[in-house]
Design a protein around this ligand. Sequence first.
Ligand code: ZN
Length: 170
Amino acid sequence: MSKAIFPLPLPDNRKIKISDDVLQMLFSFTQDHKNSPESGGILIGRVLDCNAHIVVDHASRPMESDIQTRHRFVRKAAEHQEFFNQIWESSEGRCFYFGEWHTHPETHPTPSAIDKREWRKLLEKSIQDQNQLFFIIVGTTELVVWYGQRQANKDTFLKIGSYKRNEIQY
Ligand SMILES: [Zn+2]
């Protein structure tokens, strides 16, 4: 585990940690060339028995059926669901849908009005009936993690922290 990567605190005092493998994978889709398309996928978490902290150790990559353009990523459910099911089975049901990630071609990413609308939709219709979800936007120098709760004010997403690309150990 790399020293530079610290866990991000949640409002309920639990912490989340994104594994180095997932961080490396997410940053591998950085839109740092003028033609690199927007990418995205789902995040899969696991609650640690010992302290109830959350580790995100799996994330899906863009799939063949997704739509990817410079400023748009549309995730189609089926292949990502299949990815989730495989991890669900191999972890014997000890994982959960944590949220979503996507990229932006900007240094310090912020969610667009469309992003917030999509995130709100996911929260209100969460398949696993979760009251909270997490959303990551991967910018060109850092990725930022936001947290949303069901039935909160529609624009309210709490920024819980960020990971800098140059702190990731390869
Ligand atoms: Zn966006």
